[in-house]
Design a protein around this ligand. Sequence first.
Ligand code: B9F
Length: 124
Amino acid sequence: PQQCDLTGWWKNDLGSRMQVFKVENDGTFSGEYHTAVSSAMKPIQPSPLVGSQHLDEDGQCTFGFTVNWKKFSDSTAVFVGQCFNGGDGKEVLHTSWLLREKVDAESNDWKATRTGRNTFARMG
Ligand code: B9F
């Protein structure tokens, strides 16, 4: 589609899935993130996400969202990205993320942030 509405299910290159419940008229949205990977001691659980997207009509909107892994970890991740329509017309999201781990002391702040990239495709 020309539009870029993040509503629905997406899956990334790690096998993680996310569901965006509904994008509001002002571009804000909420959803649930099901990560396929974790190195927490506790079992993985679906985690709430909140975000905001531009509502440009060219189908190439930028967006950002925050995931709070509160059910199994005290860390937080933020993603920023952009929607594209690939050569085959399928929607893809190219994102970059920062993952903040809780550290026990300010002297460990230097090692608290991981970064990476993920590509999401629409499911179903
Ligand atoms: O594994 C992470 C974690 C945080 C504190 C202990 C474990 C939580 C899940 C993060 C999932 C990331 C990946 N999944 C995905 O789809 S978010 C970005 C990636 N994209 C030990 C300390 C910090 C990390 C590991 Fe932990």
